[in-house]
Design a binder for this molecule. Structure first.
Ligand code: HAM
Length: 425
């Protein structure tokens, strides 16, 4: 077969029929769980101002320094959003959402873009669902975020996961910790990878996130932030763990967990799956108490998470979890001749109105090909109609699975369908 002339860009994937049903199932579960947790959906544009993303996520992060899809148009600098926390915070500030009163519990589902090297579980256009609670510094908000996140995996049936948590402290605690890290790594500078040597000067915290083999021994022995948390941050972290315990949400403390975005303060968490291979992070999040102010709003503590939908689906595939039923249609009308085709076209809305899925042949095929097509479409029932049936007002109603046929008027066919099938929602 000739190669097609046009293809998707590297790392960007078409979600085709057969696959898309899995997405629909997951999206339905997310919406249902969000409703139970009293979160409201927010939809922000795919394009944001580059400055917002750079400031929000941090100039030195991989996302901003290497992975942005950014372009200029006139005087404006656009970027395809690499994540949705900064955009949600922008929307919160821009539309004064705090004036609605209470905390803003928001969630989203949508595509994000990062120019990373594609591999299994890593794409350049990928999808996240996520949630942000704006306006609370209560550890209960942190735990509710994690509980919402976990509820989706539980509903889907992914339970073999590990929830890693840490506190990255407030700026005061972190400054003390950064200094301790610099003091620890500097005498070993030459043993570090080149990337980490650069990070040592700019932000030694980032070294903890290093994937380079040669850094691992030093990283394992590095000081832990827990020893540098001031009383407020330590109390907050203790409460988060207490509430998680009380909820029965299992977690593993990872004192070296730092996240790849700069806005985090205090709680940081990641959900990992042993079923995913190298890209094992299903989801991640944490608290970002300074971000709202950073992008021009009033000081507003906040916490949130985002989860990769492709990785969730990969984990389901690995575990053999079926997210969708094979496609099927309740009724296929097989027609012989033009009159029958017109009749069928007029009957379809009647069945659909009653809640059944119904279709017919669109290609003027022979009766044999139409029966084959009905099989391929996985039709539960067929009606076979030709001139004789039209004259007599009774039609061949065929149960495809049982291979049984009866001659019936349309009203009785409807009646039978109602008895045999649950109309689709
Ligand atoms: P993140 O850790 O950068 O956090 O991304 C969250 C999740 O998105 C990852 O755990 C992963 O499942 C998925 N993900 C990220 N990059 C890719 C990729 N290239 N291909 C496929 N999946 C990917 C955030 O984005 C923060 N906004 C989370 C957050 C919300 N923090 C506070 N609120």
């Amino acid at each position: 077969m000739a190669q097609p002339k046009y293809r998707t860009h590297v790392g960007m994937v078409d979600i085709l029929p057969g696959e898309v049903e899995k997405w629909q199932t997951i999206e339905r579960i997310i919406h249902e769980e969000a409703q139970k947790f009293n979160f409201e959906e927010i939809r922000t544009p795919i394009l944001e101002q580059t400055e917002l993303i750079a400031r929000g996520i941090g100039q030195l992060t991989d996302i901003v320094s290497k992975e942005m899809f950014a372009f200029e148009r006139g005087d404006d600098q656009y970027v395809l959003r690499p994540e949705c926390t900064a955009p949600v915070v922008r929307a919160f500030v821009e539309h004064h959402l705090e004036q609605r009163g209470g905390t803003q519990n928001l969630y989203y589902i949508g595509p994000m873009f990062r120019a990373e090297k594609p591999q299994k579980g890593r794409q350049r256009q990928f999808h996240q669902f996520g949630a942000e609670i704006l306006g609370s510094d209560d550890p209960i908000a942190d735990v509710e975020c994690m509980a919402f996140m976990m509820s989706v995996y539980e509903r889907v049936g992914i339970t073999n996961t590990s929830l890693k948590i840490n506190s990255v402290g407030d700026p005061e605690s972190r400054d003390a910790y950064k200094k301790a890290l610099a003091d620890y790594f500097t005498p070993h500078k030459n043993e570090l990878s080149q990337v980490s040597q650069n990070r040592l000067e700019k932000n030694p915290l980032r070294i903890l996130d290093s994937k380079e083999e040669e850094d691992q021994t030093l990283v394992a022995e590095a000081p832990v932030i827990g020893d540098f948390l001031n009383k407020e941050s330590a109390d907050h972290y203790r409460k988060v763990k207490q509430y998680l315990d009380e909820l029965g949400l299992a977690y593993d403390e990872d004192p070296h967990l730092v996240r790849g975005l700069d806005y985090y303060t205090r709680t940081a968490f990641e959900l990992v799956s042993p079923d995913l291979g190298a890209q094992d992070a299903l989801a991640g999040g944490g608290r970002y108490d300074l971000l709202v102010e950073e992008v021009g709003g009033q000081p507003t503590p906040a916490v949130g998470f985002a989860a990769g939908i492709e990785r969730l689906i990969l984990a389901c595939d690995e575990l053999g979890i079926k997210l969708s039923k094979p496609k099927s249609v309740d009724l296929y009308i097989v027609t012989i001749g033009d009159k029958a085709r017109s009749w069928a076209l007029q009957q379809l809305p009647i069945f659909r109105q009653e809640g059944f899925s119904a279709t017919m042949d669109y290609a003027g095929r022979s009766i044999k090909s139409q029966m084959k097509d009905a099989d391929r479409e996985n039709a539960r029932y067929t009606i076979i109609v030709g001139e004789n049936e039209l004259n007599e007002g009774t039609f061949t109603f065929r149960d495809m699975e049982a291979s049984e046929e009866t001659q019936l008027p349309v009203e009785e066919i409807l009646d039978r369908l109602e008895k045999k099938l649950d109309p689709q929602e």
